[in-house]
Write a protein that binds this ligand. Structure first.
Ligand SMILES: [Zn+2]
Length: 410
C-alpha cells in the first residue's frame, strides 16, 4: 500500500535537528549538560521558534520551556528534552521537541485542524541534578526542598546556584492546569535495536519501566593483605563480588521476561592493593514495568543480604535510593500511533515497552500519555555516535503529526 501524502516538511525537521546539533557540538553529537551555556542557548532557540507555531513561549523557574496556545478546542501537550548526557548524541531529546514543534506549526495555525499542540521541553530529563526535575515540577511532584537539595552530579554545583547563574532564580514554576490537555505525546529514539533488527519504523510504547536503585554496603574488617591468614579474613570486597554473582544466579528464577538488573558502580574502601577492604559499596538497579516483579526481587535481595550477614564474616545493608513507578501508556494513544503508522509507515510498527525512563512516565501520573520510538542505528545511544537514518526521522515525524491530528480529532 503506498504511503499517503503528508504535509510534514521533512527538510525543515532535519534542518531544525541539525541546528540544535550545532549548539554545543561535540564530534557528531553534542555536549549540552543542564544549565550549561549551550543548553540555555538551545532553550532560547526553541523560544524563538515557538511563535512560528502560534504559541506563546515561556521559560519557567526550573528551566522548562512551554509554548501555550490561545486557539479554542482540545489541546495536546507534546515534547521531550533539550539537554544531553555529557558528550552524547544529538537526537536523544531534541527529536521529540522538534516533532512537537513541527506538529504545532502545521496544526495550530490551520483553522480546519481541530485544537492545538502545545510544546514542552522538560528540564534535566538526563538527570544532571536529579531525576526528571522539570516534568516532576510541572505535575506538582517536586518541592522547593527537593530543589534546595539538588546538585550537579559532575561539578557539585547546587541547583539553586545554577538557576541563579542562568537568570531563572525567583521565577515561578509552571504547573499543569487540570483539564487543559487531552494528554501528552512524546517521540524519542529507541536507544535499543528492536526496531532496526526487525526492519521496523515505529515503536508504539506500551509501558515505561520503573527503576529502583539501591546502595548495598558490605562491612568487614580492614587489615594487612600480607599478614592476615585467609581463614580469618573479613574481606568486604570479596563478599561484594560473591554477592554480584549470587544475584545473577538467583534473579533469573524470580524475574519477569524483560527484567534487567545492573551493578553500575563498585567502590572498595580503602581501595589499596595491600589492604583487605574493610567496607565495600555497590550501586545496583532493577528495571521492570511490573511493580510486583520489582518488589519480589527486592525481597530476594534483602533475604540474600540477611544470609550473608548470618554467615558472620561481613554484614550487608540494603538501602533503596530511588523508587520509580512504572507507567502504562494510554490505550487510545497507542491506537492513534498505530493507525498513523499504518498510513505513513506502511504499518511497519510494533508495540513494545520502554526500558529507558522518559518524561512521559511523569506526565502519565496526571494525564493520558503515549510515546513513539524511531530506530536507533546499531541501538547506540548516550554516546556521540548515536544516529538515526534521515528517512526514518522524516517517517517518524509524519507518524507523529498524524497521531496528534487523530488524538485532537477525538
Ligand atoms: Zn531522552
Amino acid at each position: 500500500m503506498p504511503d499517503h501524502r503528508s504535509d510534514v516538511d521533512g527538510a525543515r525537521v532535519l534542518a531544525d535537528l541539525n541546528a540544535l546539533r550545532g549548539i554545543g557540538a561535540y564530534k557528531t553529537g553534542v555536549h549540552r549538560p543542564t544549565f550549561s551555556e549551550p543548553h540555555m542557548r538551545s532553550l532560547e532557540w526553541l523560544v524563538q521558534r515557538l511563535p512560528e507555531a502560534a504559541l506563546v513561549p515561556a521559560i519557567d523557574g526550573i528551566g522548562n520551556v512551554l509554548g501555550s496556545s490561545t486557539k479554542p478546542g482540545p489541546k495536546l501537550l507534546a515534547g521531550s528534552h533539550l539537554e544531553s548526557q555529557n558528550f552524547a548524541g544529538w537526537l536523544d531529546g531534541p527529536l521529540g521537541v522538534v516533532y512537537a514543534l513541527e506538529a504545532a506549526r502545521l496544526i495550530n495555525p490551520d483553522p480546519n485542524a481541530n485544537g492545538a499542540v502545545e510544546v514542552a521541553a522538560w528540564c534535566d530529563e538526563e538527570g544532571h541534578f536529579g531525576h526528571f526535575l522539570g516534568s516532576r515540577s510541572y505535575v506538582g511532584a517536586l518541592t522547593d526542598d527537593d530543589i534546595d537539595a539538588a546538585r550537579d552530579r559532575s561539578s557539585g554545583r547546587t541547583m539553586r546556584d545554577a538557576l541563579r547563574d542562568v537568570g531563572l532564580a525567583g521565577r515561578s514554576r509552571a504547573r499543569a492546569e487540570p483539564g487543559r490537555h487531552i494528554g501528552y505525546l512524546e517521540a524519542h529514539i529507541e536507544q535499543g535495536e528492536t526496531l532496526e533488527s526487525g526492519d521496523l519504523s515505529i515503536g508504539v510504547v506500551t509501558s515505561i519501566v520503573g527503576i529502583w536503585q539501591y546502595r548495598i554496603t558490605f562491612s568487614g574488617e580492614q587489615n594487612h593483605a600480607g599478614t592476615t591468614r585467609m581463614g580469618v579474613r573479613k574481606d568486604a570486597g570479596l563478599a561484594l563480588a560473591r554477592f554480584c554473582v549470587a544475584i545473577d544466579d538467583r534473579f533469573p528464577r524470580h524475574c519477569g521476561p524483560r527484567t534487567v538488573w545492573t551493578t553500575g558502580r563498585i567502590t572498595l574502601d580503602p581501595g589499596a592493593p595491600s589492604i583487605i577492604p574493610g567496607s565495600a559499596e555497590m550501586l545496583f538497579q532493577i528495571r521492570d514495568d511490573d511493580r510486583d516483579v520489582i518488589e519480589r526481587l527486592e525481597e530476594l535481595l534483602r533475604s540474600m543480604a540477611a544470609e550473608v550477614t548470618a554467615q558472620g564474616r561481613c554484614s550487608v545493608a540494603v538501602e533503596r535510593l530511588r523508587t520509580g513507578a512504572p507507567a502504562m501508556m494510554d490505550a487510545a494513544f497507542q491506537r492513534a500511533i498505530e493507525a498513523a503508522s499504518a498510513t505513513f509507515a506502511g504499518g511497519r510498527s510494533i508495540r513494545m515497552p520502554s526500558g529507558a525512563g522518559h518524561d512521559a512516565q511523569i506526565l502519565a501520573t496526571i494525564m493520558p500519555a503515549g510515546m513513539l520510538f524511531v530506530p536507533s542505528i546499531g541501538g547506540i545511544s548516550h554516546h556521540w555516535t548515536e544516529n538515526t537514518d534521515d528517512a526514518d526521522i522524516v517517517t517518524g515525524a509524519r507518524v507523529f503529526v498524524e497521531a496528534c491530528r487523530r488524538l485532537l480529532a477525538g
